[in-house]
Design a protein around this ligand. Structure first.
Ligand code: SF4
Length: 407
């Protein structure tokens, strides 16, 4: 566990609370934009930036530095694939919010759209950075949009959605907000909430977004989470364990993006590596097998392919002939067994060590996956009678011409 610096910069040793320039700027931006909205919402992923935002805003409200809105709703985005130290911290913070009467809603994708059910039940290949980037929208943004739409139905007027998007000083200079999935050190989803939510159908025009820690540097985040937020004067929040997910003492050096265990879009499992390097969490090492499982699933022998010319309903031909498609049933059942064995191995070790268990695939999800496979479920546009993608076949070009296979 990280030790606190000898001389905190935010707290002067008296009961008077003192904030550094970064927090003062956050306070000013909240004071400038907050009062224009009766209702506030906070999109919280459980990662370091959004947790810092959440706990700071709650602290500023508790101490009267910020005027309370008429309603405040916290939306916790639970993908069911979160790193365990982050999931545990999120649960502790949710209990603390419940004790204070703060309304926190856990937002999850519907069963059939959850990450593993969608892949293993429906057969959609794991996401990648190129053609198939379905996950962030489906397991984070769409459920958040729905939760917000439901909340807006209960409210008059607009809601100010507060996010933990953070870009450091360069963001202020160039005025850009990147979609955070593509940036190291960011939390998957945050940039999407900022960019996509305000335009989502059903809530368009009724939501404004604000990123009040946009200007924070990573040291500001760690100072808040590890030193100040846990102090009673600043709220006594359970935020110190969050550092575990980012490498504990090495947290400032490890620039790890957090998101799902084994995220197929990240080139390396940096955050997971940082977690299992700690003796407390080394029993989670089997999670390292997830990324290779996802990689294996994307291979041609585990997928179907459109053969020949693909005629579209309107009469034209598909622009990407012979595209690779969904996962075969054998591949799905293989991956299901592998993932269950990763989970079982970890939970057996957890029981022996008296450590927390993981829950990335529960009984309801497993049953649904098996049910979808048993009923022969394929993604839209696929029948299941297509050949596997490693089958030799004629080459079809985008203009519909065919190069026969010479054997
Ligand atoms: S962390 Fe990775 S797998 Fe999870 S939603 Fe983000 S990009 Fe997708």
């Amino acid at each position: 566990m990280t030790s606190a610096p000898a001389q905190p910069t935010l707290f002067e040793g008296s009961k008077r609370l003192v904030y550094d320039d970064a927090i003062e700027l956050t306070l000013q931006s909240m004071q400038a934009y907050g009062p224009a909205h009766d209702h506030w919402g906070i999109a919280w992923s459980g990662g370091k930036d959004s947790t810092a935002t959440l706990t700071l805003i709650l602290h500023l409200l508790d101490t009267g530095r910020l005027q309370r809105p008429k309603t405040l709703s916290v939306f916790y985005a639970d993908t069911r694939q979160e790193l365990l130290p982050l999931a545990i911290s999120a649960e502790a913070i949710m209990r603390q919010m419940a004790d204070r009467g703060v309304n926190c809603e856990v937002v999850r994708a519907p069963l059939d759209k959850r990450f593993l059910v969608y892949i293993l039940g429906r057969g959609v290949p794991p996401p990648n950075n190129n053609t198939l980037r379905w996950c962030t929208r489906q397991i984070k943004v769409d459920p958040m949009t729905q939760a917000l739409a439901d909340r807006l139905d209960e409210l008059d007027g607009s809601i100010l959605m507060i996010t933990g998007v953070r870009q450091g000083e360069s963001a202020i200079r160039d005025g850009r907000i990147a979609m955070s999935c593509g940036k190291d050190g960011a939390e998957c989803g945050q940039g999407w909430y900022q960019e996509v939510l305000p335009h989502a159908s059903g809530i368009r025009g009724r939501i404004a977004t604000l990123a009040p820690i946009l200007h924070w540097r990573v040291c500001n985040v760690w100072d808040w989470l590890r030193i100040y937020a846990p102090m009673a004067e600043y709220g006594g929040w359970s935020t110190t364990a969050i550092a575990d997910a980012y490498g504990g003492d090495e947290a400032e050096e490890v620039n790890a993006r957090t998101g799902c265990n084994g995220c197929p879009l990240a080139s390396k499992d940096k955050a997971l590596d940082a977690v299992i390097a700690s003796p407390h969490w080394s029993y989670l090492a089997p999670l390292k097998r997830l990324k290779p499982i996802y990689r294996e699933l994307r291979k041609p022998q585990n997928r179907l392919r459109k053969a020949g010319v693909e005629r579209l309903k309107g009469g034209g031909i598909a622009a990407n002939p012979q595209r690779m498609g969904p996962l075969t049933f054998d591949a799905r059942l293989w991956a299901l067994a592998e993932i269950l064995s990763v989970q079982a191995e970890i939970n057996t070790a957890a029981a022996t060590l008296a450590r927390p268990e993981i829950d990335i695939l529960n009984a309801e999800e497993e049953a649904r996956i098996r049910e979808l496979i048993a009923s022969g479920t394929w993604p839209h546009g696929w029948d299941g009678d297509e050949p596997t993608a490693d089958t030799p076949m004629d080459t079809v070009y985008a203009d519909g011409s065919v190069q026969p296979l010479f054997l």
